[in-house]
Ligand binder design. Structure first.
Ligand code: G6P
Ligand code: ZN
Length: 544
């Protein structure tokens, strides 16, 4: 087996985004494209020689081919050992758990998360560091710098490794261990949740649940957890066979894309509990019978009820949410007397808070929830957390959420997405807002008076790093808020996200439809940002 050094030239589009390098599959299939990025990862990592790395992906199209390339390049770059999931598969949370369990130096996760897959879908590569979490910006910037000057990469000439069953192999001098993708994750969940209690609820005749894996990576994990360990009846997990193109669907657990589940949960004879997860298993959506739990409310409810769950029964140190996430969790934190942190969008910003023990639970409006058990958000963890709460309280999802609103008030919340609009005008829209926010304070729009407005900047309380231009916030004196930002995860054009929130303390007004409750803010968002003028759209493509 010889190491080949291949001459290459840089690509100018390899800057990692919110969640690693994410591009259409045909882009990754360009000669040297994947190799350049992987070599840039190795070149930017100090001291990775001889170390253990974890590699796996969500099983989407190109996962298998990419894994073989990465293994051979790792061997040529003197990595000591690679732990790879069976079939090249790890859900993102499972990869994070395995990095931590084996004290690995880091991991390479192949996924484009909730983006569609298949030959014309998306693919992605993300580097995670030794705490199991996404690389911080100083690491991704270093990788990016390497992509700009790369002129060669190294790869071992060797046959492909059989990844389809556990086993140990050698690639040159590097050890390759193909390990079970599911077991380490299930074991971690057993440490956190009361499986006996959940089992007696889930396996009883009085409780029905439905888990939709959207033909993505969580199928085998969900079947093991719910159907094998927790005694739910066979078929509880639907769309549970992972497919390379996710069955042509969009593996994003929201009310629009998880329509099979939504039809069931809002249909006649709906089950008591429904959940879905995304392409790589880190997102979640929680539904009750005819009832949708917003991710922001979900974080607040988990925070308020954390001590009912064994893994958190000693109480939680703090809670963190991304800036566009509603302030529902802030109210719980205030009552519990714990800190609440507001971070920029992107799970990586929670890493330092979790490592430093400042936060225990974290959540984002983008259907992400998680805790200090790993350093990624974790879809099935959230499902188990909810099941554990339901099993202890013996109440419905809807009752738990409504009681929560009674106690803390309700944060009406919705996100309006304008997908795949032209990048130029979308940037103009943002730049225009940026130029306006400086002197909006005190300005009135109808009944609304601006209490503050800015382009959100975050100073990490642990390492002092500063992240600027994280989204336009316009807060009003009545506690309502509009946030504008451009998505950092899309691969076509730009996606404008408009986040709308209002606060209603009066329990008699909690039954209003969300879009109706937010209608005047929705109009105001149009008035302030001139969305129609810049995007050409008179309504959003997705409302969640
Ligand atoms: C990924 C990240 C999340 C983040 C989301 C935002 O899922 O892991 O932490 O909230 O992207 O995506 P956006 O498209 O809004 O930038
Ligand atoms: Zn994801």
């Amino acid at each position: 087996m010889t190491i080949r050094t291949v001459t290459t030239t840089p690509f100018d589009d390899q800057k990692p985004g919110t969640s690693g390098l994410r591009k259409a599959v045909p882009t990754f299939q360009k000669p040297h494209y994947l190799e350049n990025f992987i070599q840039s990862i190795f070149d930017s990592l100090d001291g990775c020689e001889g170390q253990t790395l974890v590699v796996g992906g969500d099983g989407r199209y190109y996962n298998r081919q990419a894994i073989q390339v990465i293994l051979k390049m790792a061997a040529a770059n003197n990595i000591g050992r690679i732990l790879v999931g069976c079939g090249g598969i790890f859900s993102t949370p499972a990869a994070s758990a395995v990095i931590r369990k084996y004290n690995a130096f880091g991991g390479i996760i192949l996924s484009a998360s909730h983006n569609p897959g298949g030959p014309n879908g998306d693919f992605g590569v993300k580097y995670n560091v030794s705490n199991g979490g996404p690389a911080p910006e100083k690491v991704t910037n270093a990788i990016y710098e390497c992509t700009k000057t790369i002129n060669e990469y190294k790869i071992l000439d060797a046959a492909d490794i059989n990844l389809d069953r556990p086993g140990s192999f050698k690639l040159g001098t590097m050890d390759v261990e193909v390990i079970d993708s599911v077991t380490p994750y299930v074991e971690l969940m057993q440490q956190l949740f009361d499986f006996d209690k959940i089992k007696s609820m889930v396996s009883s005749d009085n409780f029905r649940m439905c888990m939709d894996s959207l033909h993505a990576v969580t199928g085998p994990y969900a079947r093991a957890l719910f159907e094998q360990y927790l005694g739910a009846k066979e078929g509880t997990v639907q769309n549970g066979t992972p497919l390379e193109d996710f069955g042509g669907g969009h593996p994003d657990p929201n009310l629009v894309y998880a329509h099979d589940l939504v039809d069931i949960m809002f249909g006649d004879n709906a089950p008591d509990f429904g959940a879905a997860s995304d392409g790589d298993g880190d997102r979640n959506m929680i539904l009750g019978k005819n009832f949708f739990v917003t991710p922001s409310d979900s974080l607040a409810v988990l925070t308020a009820n954390a001590t009912l769950v064994p893994g958190y029964e000693g109480g939680i140190a703090g809670v963190a949410r991304s800036m566009p996430t509603s302030a529902a969790a802030d109210r719980v934190a205030a009552k519990l007397g714990i800190d609440c942190y507001e971070t920029p969008t992107g799970w990586k910003f929670f890493g330092n808070l979790l490592d430093a023990g400042k936060a225990t639970l974290c959540g984002e409006e983008s259907f992400g929830t998680g805790s200090n058990h790993i350093r990624e958000k974790d879809g099935l963890w959230a499902v188990l957390f909810w099941l554990n709460i339901l099993a202890v309280k013996g109440e419905s999802v809807e009752k738990i959420v409504r009681d929560h609103w009674q106690e803390y008030g309700r944060n009406f919340y919705s996100r309006h997405d304008y997908e795949e609009v032209e990048s130029g005008p979308a940037n103009e829209l943002m730049n225009r807002l940026r130029s306006m926010v400086g002197d909006m304070k005190g300005k009135t729009y109808g009944n609304y008076e601006v209490a503050y407005s800015d382009d959100f900047a975050y100073t990490d309380p642990v390492d002092g790093s500063v992240s600027e231009k994280q989204g336009i916030r316009i807060g009003f004196t009545d506690g309502s808020r509009i946030v504008f930002r451009l998505s950092g995860t899309g691969t076509k054009g730009a996606t404008l996200r408009v986040y709308l929130e209002s606060y209603e303390p009066d329990g008699s007004k909690h039954d209003v439809d969300t879009q109706e409750a937010l209608s005047s803010l929705i109009e105001l968002a149009e008035e302030i940002a001139q969305i129609k003028k810049f995007t050409g759209r008179d309504k959003p493509t997705v409302i969640t």
